[in-house]
Design a protein around this ligand. Structure first.
Ligand code: ITT
Length: 196
């Protein structure tokens, strides 16, 4: 099937393409060009719906399948930061690296070397103007330094449960096997089976 991804994040696009090898997966920008979507909801679910619905409305084709992903990392020891603000933790327009080092700084300020953290992904599907949402989580620890350059975002400082290495060091197949995004996408595939 043909799926339009309502994301501009290159790391997510790469992962979705790998996770859906039998489908035609297109980033919205290939059809509509670059576009800024204001994500002003206060939950992952709210922001995922805003992104998918915005792209669905622009495409003006009710048969299209639009999928969005709103995700982030939550660290309970620092008041659940950055959570839904993961993409702009170091400020508006911050890069993945800026956000990564901001989280490391926040751990260092508090003298934390390692502490539990989890990733959340909410995937929204819009098809025939109906909206469906599913979630996935990945638990582990964040550390106050980076290691490896696989993945994207906060991956170089995140050690998933059951491993000694960060997602920056582990092969991408390992992350794909159980990541928040993979788990949410498994549920999204079940929804698609029912609605299509
Ligand atoms: P779109 O809204 O265009 O999808 P975005 O990067 O702004 O792109 P989000 O608002 O969902 O996306 O923010 C997600 C941030 O959370 C992202 O920028 C990463 O820093 C982080 N993140 C999410 N999933 C991640 C993953 O699998 N590995 C590392 N970091 C991740």
């Amino acid at each position: 099937m043909r799926i339009v991804l309502a994301t501009g994040n290159k790391g997510k696009i790469k992962e979705f393409k790998k996770l859906l090898p039998n489908d035609e997966v297109i980033a919205f920008s290939e059809i509509l060009g670059e576009m800024e979507i204001v994500e002003d909801a206060d939950t992952f679910k709210g922001n995922a719906i805003i992104k998918a619905q915005t792209i669905f409305d622009k495409l003006e084709d009710e048969n299209v399948i639009v999928i969005s992903d709103d995700s982030g990392i939550t660290v309970p020891a620092i008041n659940n930061e950055p959570g839904i603000y993961s993409a702009r933790y170091a400020g508006e327009g911050a890069s993945d690296k800026d956000n990564l080092y901001k989280l490391i700084d926040e751990l260092n300020k508090r003298g934390i070397e390692k502490t539990p953290a989890y990733y959340t992904a909410c995937i929204a599907i819009v098809h025939k103007n109906e909206t469906y949402t599913v979630h996935g989580w990945m638990h582990g620890n964040v550390i106050n330094k980076t290691s490896g350059d696989q993945g994207f975002g906060y991956d170089p400082m995140f050690i998933p449960h059951g491993f000694k290495e960060t997602l920056g060091e582990l092969p991408h197949e390992t992350k794909q096997a159980f990541s928040h995004r993979s788990q949410a996408l498994e549920l999204a595939k079940k929804v698609l089976k029912v609605i299509l």
